[in-house]
Design a protein around this ligand. Structure first.
Ligand SMILES: Nc1ncnc2c1ncn2[C@@H]1O[C@H](COP(=O)(O)OP(=O)(O)O)[C@@H](O)[C@H]1O
Ligand SMILES: [Mg+2]
Length: 249
C-alpha cells in the first residue's frame, strides 16, 4: 500500500483511473407525493461504468427516479443502493453526495455574476483544495469540455450549449463516480443536443463513471448501453438491445 514519503506529492492526479464507476441498484422503489404515485415499484441495476438512458413522457416519473438515485429524495418504500449500501439513509449522506454524484439538469444553474471558470471553482471549495489549485482544475475541466477559451466569459456571454458544457464541467469537478443528467438537452437545439450527448458519452468512456440520463427525447439512448422507459410511474424493460459487439463507440 502507500509508503510514507518525505516529499509531498506536487499535485494530486487530475482524475481517477477508469473503472471508477459506482454500481446503482434500485429495488422496488416507490415514491408517492400526496395522492400522486410518481413512481411505482421501480427496480433497476446499473453496472459500474454503464451508460443507461431512461426515457418517458413528461410527468412519467423520470426526475423522481433520478432524484431517488442521487439521494435528492427518498423512496416512500423500497431501496436505493450505491455500491451495495443505502448511502442516502446514512448520516454522511450530504458528504457522500458531494463526493460521489455529479448532477446536470435542463437548466444550467450557473451563477450569473461569475465567469465560467469561477462557477467551476465554486464547486471545488468544499473539497479542501487551495485557491490556485481550484483555478488550475477549473481550466482543466473547461478544456475537457472544449471551452478553455471561454474561461473568463460570464454565462450571459455564452451560447446555450456552451453554458450547458460549463455546467457539465462543474458536475465533473469533484470527480463523480456517478453522473446523473436530467433532460440535459431539454433547452438546446437538436444539433447542440447531439453535441452534448456525444460529449457525455465521451466523458463516460474516458472517465469510467456510471452515467444515467433521463429525457423525454429518445435521442439520448443512441449511445447508451441500455435504454429503459417509464410510463406513468412504471419503469419498463429495455426498448432495444445494446449495440452489437464491435460497434463504434
Ligand atoms: N415534489 C412533488 N410534489 C408533488 N408531486 C410531484 C412532485 N414531484 C413530482 N410530482 C409529480 O410526480 C409525477 C412525476 O413527476 P416527474 O418525476 O417530475 O416526471 P418527469 O420527470 O418524467 O417529467 C408527476 O405527476 C408530477 O406532477
Ligand atoms: Mg423531469
Amino acid at each position: 500500500m502507500s509508503q510514507a514519503s518525505a516529499t509531498p506529492a506536487a499535485r494530486p492526479p487530475a482524475r481517477r483511473a477508469t473503472s471508477a464507476g459506482a454500481e446503482v441498484v434500485v429495488e422496488h422503489a416507490s415514491r408517492r407525493y400526496g395522492s400522486v404515485q410518481a413512481l411505482a415499484d421501480a427496480t433497476l441495476h446499473a453496472d459500474p461504468g454503464e451508460m443507461l438512458a431512461i426515457t418517458g413522457r413528461s410527468g412519467s416519473g423520470k426526475s423522481t427516479l433520478l432524484n431517488l438515485i442521487g439521494g435528492l429524495d427518498q423512496p416512500s418504500s423500497g431501496s436505493v443502493l450505491i455500491d451495495g449500501r443505502e448511502v442516502w439513509r446514512e448520516p454522511g449522506a450530504p458528504r457522500h453526495r458531494r463526493e460521489l454524484v455529479g448532477f446536470v439538469f435542463q437548466q444550467h444553474f450557473l451563477l450569473a455574476n461569475l465567469t465560467a471558470s469561477a462557477n467551476i471553482e465554486v464547486a471545488l471549495i468544499g473539497a479542501g483544495i487551495r485557491r490556485s489549485e481550484r483555478r488550475a482544475r477549473a481550466l482543466e475541466l473547461l478544456a475537457e469540455v472544449g471551452l478553455v477559451d471561454r474561461a473568463e466569459h460570464l454565462p450571459a456571454e455564452l451560447s446555450g450549449g456552451e453554458r450547458q458544457r460549463v455546467a457539465l464541467a462543474r458536475a465533473l469537478a469533484n470527480e463523480p463516480r456517478l453522473l446523473l443528467a436530467d433532460e440535459p438537452t431539454g433547452a438546446v437545439d437538436s444539433a447542440t443536443s447531439q453535441r452534448i450527448l456525444d460529449l457525455l458519452a465521451e466523458l463516460r468512456a474516458r472517465r469510467g463513471m456510471t452515467l444515467i440520463i433521463v429525457s423525454y427525447d429518445a435521442q439520448v439512448g443512441e449511445q447508451a448501453d441500455r435504454m429503459l422507459t417509464v410510463i406513468d410511474g412504471v419503469l419498463g424493460g429495455e426498448l432495444r438491445s445494446p449495440p452489437s459487439p464491435g460497434a463504434s463507440t
